[in-house]
Design a protein around this ligand. Structure first.
Ligand SMILES: [Zn+2]
Length: 93
């Protein structure tokens, strides 16, 4: 499975553990590299993941400074960017 897709599924799993409902997660979009992922609820408690690849520019704003060193999937905090990015990427739980 592609890394981006794995990260999306990990995010869904993590948010379920945190008690986020499927309705709240429905329609969430993710950017990994140059691919945009969108999750859509299916009728049977699962999510379909659509993805489109192309040129994507993510503008940064000041709000990001707060969570620059926080894994966006599991919430673990780091002291440097590369560990933050790699956090949920390589490990299988
Ligand atoms: Zn993580």
């Amino acid at each position: 499975m592609q890394t981006g897709l794995q990260l999306v599924y990990k995010w869904i799993e993590r948010n379920r553990q945190l008690g986020v409902s499927d309705d709240e997660m429905d329609g969430t979009r993710f950017v990994y590299g140059d691919t945009l992922y969108t999750i859509k609820k299916t009728g049977n408690g699962e999510f379909d993941v659509d993805h489109i690849s192309g040129k994507i520019i993510v503008f940064r704003d000041e709000k990001e400074l707060d969570d620059e060193y926080t894994c966006r999937i599991c919430g673990t905090e780091y002291t440097n960017k590369i560990d933050t990015i790699r956090c949920c990427m390589n490990q299988d739980e």
